[in-house]
Write a protein that binds this ligand. Structure first.
Ligand SMILES: [Zn+2]
Length: 325
């Protein structure tokens, strides 16, 4: 069981929960749904915002007893699957946090962590929940590297940094490894600034977890999702006609966004029903043998005449005062 004694603790917990999910690459919509589920649980478990007890038994009671007959007012997250998943993540976040805080620190390391937290708060402006997380991870790092309490960063080697990450990150998701890496980088920078330690080689040894920025995006849209997207355009409006035609180029012809943007009026051969796609080398032309869009008229409607001063007649242009891009 994990107990939080006051409203600030509860707020910090929710902040830690959200930042942990963000670090692990969850989509904003999923984080929002999970957060709403956790807030629902908190409003049940700690109606006054204080003395929140989180345990597997409490989660089980909430799911089996409260949720089955929930009469909470307002827009509440009640989906059983979502709530169960959200609360399992909550237990996991608390479990990892507890795991990290179980490390017993000597008084010397505790003072060092206190100094780091003051620096991170005053100089870097880190939020309290982030500080809690970083303090725990750095504490674990220091306890392993300097078990006798005397901190001598100059004696650390890049190999020790790599070994630490190898031993700590086993079984963790890339997001958690990234949180740990951020904490250690932050501490090393603190040492460089406050103690003039040489940390360049140590910083270079901190690994970067594979967590791609767009990894949370779906690889492709399902057929019904494409249909919904197509149906979203009001084709009585000129801008929507243009955007619809752009989308048809992407969906029907499989063109890249840069290829669509580079299309010119002269690239369309209406007579033979072909479209010329230019590669990076403008002299190297590729003729697309497929037909144009199934309703090719939409292209012709959207083709805007460009000013005569422009040498290149692009197919898709932005209206002079349009906010639509
Ligand atoms: Zn309820």
């Amino acid at each position: 069981m994990r107990s939080l004694k006051n409203t600030a603790d509860v707020r910090s917990l929710i902040h830690l929960y959200v930042t942990t999910l963000e670090a692990r690459g969850y989509r904003p919509s999923v984080i929002g749904a999970y957060r709403a589920a956790v807030e629902h649980f908190v409003s049940w478990a700690a109606p006054d915002g204080d003395h929140l007890h989180v345990s597997k038994a409490a989660v089980r009671d909430f799911l089996n007893v409260h949720l089955a007959d929930c009469k909470c007012l307002g827009r509440i997250q009640r989906g059983v699957v979502t709530v169960r998943s959200a609360l399992n993540h909550l237990l996991m976040v608390l479990g990892e946090s507890k795991l990290a805080s179980e490390v017993q620190l000597s008084a010397h390391l505790d003072i060092e962590l206190q100094k780091f937290c003051e620096y991170a708060s005053d100089v870097c402006g880190l939020a309290p929940a982030t500080l809690i997380s970083r303090r725990q991870w750095i504490g674990r790092f220091l306890a392993q590297q300097f078990p006798k309490g005397s901190i001598e960063v100059s004696r650390l080697s890049p190999k020790q940094i790599r070994d630490f990450f190898s031993s700590q990150c086993r079984g963790y998701r890339p997001g958690t490894a990234q949180v740990l890496a951020s904490a250690i980088r932050s501490y090393l920078r603190f040492r460089a600034l406050q103690h003039a330690d040489q940390v360049e080689s140590l910083l270079a040894a901190v690994p970067s977890a594979a967590s791609w920025r767009l990894a949370a995006l779906p690889q492709y849209l399902e057929t019904d999702e494409v249909a919904s997207l197509m149906a979203a355009f009001d084709r009585t409006l000129p801008q929507h006609q243009r955007d619809y035609a752009i989308l048809r180029c992407l969906v029907d012809l499989g063109l890249r966004s840069c290829e669509v943007a580079a299309l010119r009026l002269d690239d369309i051969d209406w007579k033979n029903g072909t479209l010329t796609v230019r590669t990076e080398n403008l002299n190297d032309m590729m003729c697309c043998p497929c037909l144009l869009l199934p309703d090719g008229r939409s292209l012709s409607i959207c083709a805007k005449p460009v000013p005569p001063t422009k040498a290149v007649r692009f197919l898709f242009v932005i209206e002079p005062h349009s906010t639509c891009r």
